[in-house]
Design a protein around this ligand. Structure first.
Ligand code: CA
Length: 332
């Protein structure tokens, strides 16, 4: 690792300068329509003297909007007079994906959240991951990465952190989740944590907090309000922004095992049998998949492997074998 070359990304901001800076992470990207061109990833740095550093990101997946809506807004409105320390704000982390409105990058099909630790001489997506891994994460005391369901999933609005082997770090992350004060707060597990930004930050010993705030490739008024209030709450909780945390009631949820997830085993048309936030019983039918190639075929049933609440569902009306059909979470 120590022999890695420097990142090709050149920031146009100075991370140690006080005040507000709106600039770019400029990533050289030579291509047919721009021989010496670059990808210009927007970044805002707001600093006021010594203090902790928060690293905020949205658009890790390019078709999720609550994070970018909250973070572009924060960049316009946060007054450095109200800050102690530094806020590094990257509202659209996988900027090529964000501009294309797709989960992964149209340049290299890179999924940012499966690309860590990245490579300085890799694809565009790997170069962005590498810059976060080696330049931005080490600066941060708290890392906040917004997610929503994107085009293919929809979630009840929750803020989340992972259960971790380091219980002191885990508690700091759950305290920040509580401060975010989304309607739901999740003790989260992952289907596949390899290559995730989350894992990279946690392995570095950083407090890492994330969200799932909706989905379907769009946003809603309620979920954007949750995102905007929540991120200010987390910055207040971290002592970086002045003011008291705006407390509201949150319901804690747990994902106790991989039995939370249900996957489609057939292609077809999906019929959800339970709406988001509704209770489910172990063995109950969460969804039915209707075969559409001919009439007269009974639908396949997807049954809950545990009792709890429907926390996420497949969003589009058509489903393929292997798609995540439903996620059940348990009230704590
Ligand atoms: Ca996501």
């Amino acid at each position: 690792m120590s022999s890695l070359r420097p990142s090709p990304i050149a920031p146009t901001v100075d991370f140690d300068r006080d005040g507000v800076q709106h600039g770019f992470l400029r990533l050289p990207y030579s291509r047919d329509d721009s021989a010496w061109g670059s990808v210009m990833i927007p970044i805002c740095v707001i600093r006021n003297g010594k203090g902790p550093t928060a690293l905020l990101s949205g658009g890790n997946h390019g078709d999720e909007y609550e994070g970018p809506l909250a973070l572009y807004d924060l960049a316009r409105t946060l007054d450095p007079k109200d800050v102690s320390g530094t806020v590094i704000n990257v509202p659209a982390m996988n900027y090529p994906a964000f501009r294309a409105g797709t989960r992964t990058s149209p340049i290299d099909k890179g999924n940012m959240n499966r690309s860590f630790p990245g490579r300085p001489n890799g694809t565009v997506t790997e170069k962005i991951a590498d810059y976060f891994q080696r330049e931005l994460l080490p600066r941060a005391d708290i890392v906040f990465d917004f997610h929503s369901g994107g085009k293919t999933l929809e979630f009840v609005p929750f803020c989340a952190a992972h259960t971790l082997p380091d219980k002191a770090l885990e508690q700091k992350a759950f305290d920040a989740v509580a401060a975010f004060a989304a309607p739901f707060s999740m003790r989260m597990i992952e289907i596949d944590a390899v290559g995730m930004y989350d894992t990279a930050a946690e392995e570095m010993g950083k407090v890492f907090v994330s969200t799932e705030l909706g989905g379907g490739g769009t946003s809603r008024a309620q979920t954007v309000r949750i995102a905007r209030r929540g991120i200010l709450n987390v910055l207040r909780h971290a002592g970086i922004v002045d003011g008291a945390v705006e407390k509201t009631r949150t319901q804690w949820l747990d994902m106790p095992s991989g039995d939370c997830f249900s996957f489609a085993e057939d292609d077809g048309m999906i019929e959800t049998m339970v709406d988001l936030g509704e209770p489910v019983e172990r063995g109950g039918v969460l969804a039915r998949i209707h075969s559409v190639g001919r009439t007269g075929i009974a639908p396949q049933e997807i049954r809950a492997k545990m009792s709890g609440m429907l926390a996420a569902r497949h969003f589009p009306g058509l489903v393929k074998a292997g798609d995540c059909a439903a996620v059940v979470a348990v009230h704590v």
